[in-house]
Design a protein around this ligand. Sequence first.
Ligand code: HEM
Length: 195
Amino acid sequence: MFGLVNKGLEDMICSQYGEEIWEKIKSKAEVEIEAFISMDSYPDDITYRLVDAASVVMAMPATDILEAFGRYWLLFTATEGFGSLMEMAGDNLPEFLQNLDNLHARVGLSFPELQPPSFLCSHLEAESLKLHYYSERPGLTPMVVGMLKGLGEKFDTDVDIQLTNSKDRGNDHQELSISHKLKCPFKPLFNINNN
Ligand code: HEM
């Protein structure tokens, strides 16, 4: 994957746990790269090794690390110059999700040979939809879940996510059922039950 992804992981771990832990993770993963370059492409194996090593060093399930990384990714890409791209992708969660392939296509203008995942929305109702996630890469669904939770926060929306079909069950992609409800924008001025 592009160095941007590994740099994001490094940034998350260094900011939350410190550089020493990151160095331990790199050494456990047997990754000898001093500094990742955003625009350079690295074997996917490096990213997987780093996540596995982080899981051992921090005694956390790899799925939790991937989910945390998914949330962090939204903040990180904004600091790396992709904030306006994110802003343009939609004003609410369903609109944004329907634009994910466009978003990655635009990212591909800066990163030739990007191999992004693909997302498709179906069963679009007022407060629910199905998100179909296609990727050649295994095991990254928790990262998608983290991203969806982060997007919920971005759009002030309560989100509930259920994995309803998967490659494990013989499907050719991951299928997530998403319920979303805009949080009430009006806060009560006073509590009528206040006695
Ligand atoms: C402006 C924001 C974003 C940027 C710059 C970006 C960029 C990237 C890049 C560079 C990769 C690595 C692909 C490769 O190296 O071939 C990637 C992978 C990925 N992106 Fe994005 N992305 C963004 C937003 C999102 C969002 C909002 C989602 C989903 C909700 C998403 C889902 C993913 C997933 C799941 C992967 C892992 C690779 C895979 O599943 O095959 N991305 N993205």
